[in-house]
Design a protein around this ligand. Structure first.
Ligand SMILES: NC(=O)c1ccc[n+]([C@@H]2O[C@H](COP(=O)([O-])OP(=O)(O)OC[C@H]3O[C@@H](n4cnc5c(N)ncnc54)[C@H](OP(=O)(O)O)[C@@H]3O)[C@@H](O)[C@H]2O)c1
Length: 337
């Protein structure tokens, strides 16, 4: 698989990374054996970047990765780990903790669960409004010096935070939602990242399954499924968004591909410094996503896609209002479109 650089200071990674969240949390039940098989299939396909969070299934996702990678040389995979989210025993969200002592404590637990002595890219999941980003990143920089972390990333941070963090220590990538229907970063965050030599690891490239071509109005959602509270999956918004998917399906069919591959290829076409994280948790879905690598979108294809799904076409924000309010990336005018 081709590779892309994670910014000017980070490692080279496979052009598509695997996001492992749905294997342990937030999208309803997952099959552990199939998750392990999917992780192995990803490695076999040449994927090297694997994204997790210590709060995905309260450490369960890290334990899953440990099991999947046991016996595999450590240099064959790049682990991107998010920390900081505080949860209650029922999975509820209590806030974020970016205090230096908390950062070190979170990492100590992650290393043990992952069965490794270093994390390749470490990042706080959300900017902690109560702790200056310089302090949080400064604490990770100490962990870099100690050899327990290789590189520092950010998640859902805005351009100003990115600049402040970069002044403390090189930032290799910003993990942030980016897809055909989540284009808010194009206004200010993407240009700032480019200027600073920071890569984008794009999540939600299928808008959490909405843009996959497999979503239907009839699909039921478990209580714990994030999409139950996502404005884009609700009522009239869902109907309008699925109409966009049908317009994409017509283009995909003409090109002999799937909606999912087309949506992923579109993100890949947006620049060399963008690495999409694929949320596949079954081998079949992974294979479909990898179809994007064989797809070349011509300027005509891109213009046609833009006509049927222009920026801002989605109905509903990408998070419910209280969660949008916690996104540093949404301050200063980028309103989730
Ligand atoms: N930094 C952050 O704030 C943040 C937030 C969210 C996620 N992330 C990271 O980004 C990763 C990807 O995000 P995401 O899971 O929301 O991404 P996504 O790729 O937009 O959505 C994944 C969903 O799409 C469905 N899907 C259908 N066809 C697919 C296909 N061919 N390939 C992949 N998925 C397909 C999957 O469904 P089924 O499995 O049900 O078939 C799954 O529910 C996460 O795993 C996590 O590591 C980061």
């Amino acid at each position: 698989m081709n590779t892309r650089a994670l910014g000017t200071t980070g490692p080279r990674v496979s052009v598509l990374g695997l996001g492992c969240m749905g294997m342990s949390d937030l999208y309803g039940p997952a099959d552990r054996a199939e998750s392990l098989a999917t992780l192995h299939a990803a490695l076999d396909a040449g994927m090297t970047l694997f994204d997790t969070g210590d709060f995905y299934g309260m450490g369960d996702n890290e334990l899953l990765l440990r099991e999947a990678f046991s016996g595999i040389p450590r240099e064959r995979f790049v682990l991107s780990v998010k920390f900081g989210a505080l949860r209650d025993p029922r999975g509820g969200w209590l806030g974020i903790d970016g205090r230096p002592a908390a950062v070190k404590n979170f990492l100590a637990y992650s290393l043990r669960r992952l069965g490794t002595d270093y994390v390749d890219v470490y990042r706080i999941a959300r900017v902690d409004p109560a702790v200056p980003i310089e302090e949080t990143v400064g604490a990770i920089a100490e962990l870099v010096k100690a050899g327990a972390v290789r590189h520092i990333g950010l998640s859902e941070a805005g351009a100003e935070t990115l600049r402040r963090a970069q002044a403390v220590h090189p930032i290799c990538d910003l993990q942030i939602e980016y897809s055909l229907i989540s284009r808010g970063i194009e206004a200010g965050i993407l240009p700032a990242a480019r200027e600073l030599g920071v890569a984008i690891t794009a999540y939600g490239v299928l808008s959490r399954g909405l843009l996959s071509g497999h979503w239907t109005k009839e699909r039921g959602l478990e209580r714990s499924d994030f999409r139950r509270i996502s404005p884009r999956f609700m009522g009239g918004n869902l109907e309008r968004n699925l109409a966009l998917v049908e317009a994409l399906r017509a283009i995909a069919q003409e090109k002999g591909t799937t909606v999912a591959a087309l949506a992923i290829a579109w993100v890949l076409s947006r620049g060399e410094a963008i690495v999409p994280l694929i949320g596949a948790r079954r081998r079949e879905r992974l294979a479909e996503a990898l179809g994007a690598l064989a797809l070349t979108l011509s300027p005509e294809d891109l213009a046609r896609i833009e006509r049927v799904v222009p920026a801002g076409a989605a109905a509903g924000d990408r998070y419910p209002a209280p969660m949008m309010a916690h996104l540093d990336s949404e301050r200063g005018g980028a309103h989730g479109a």
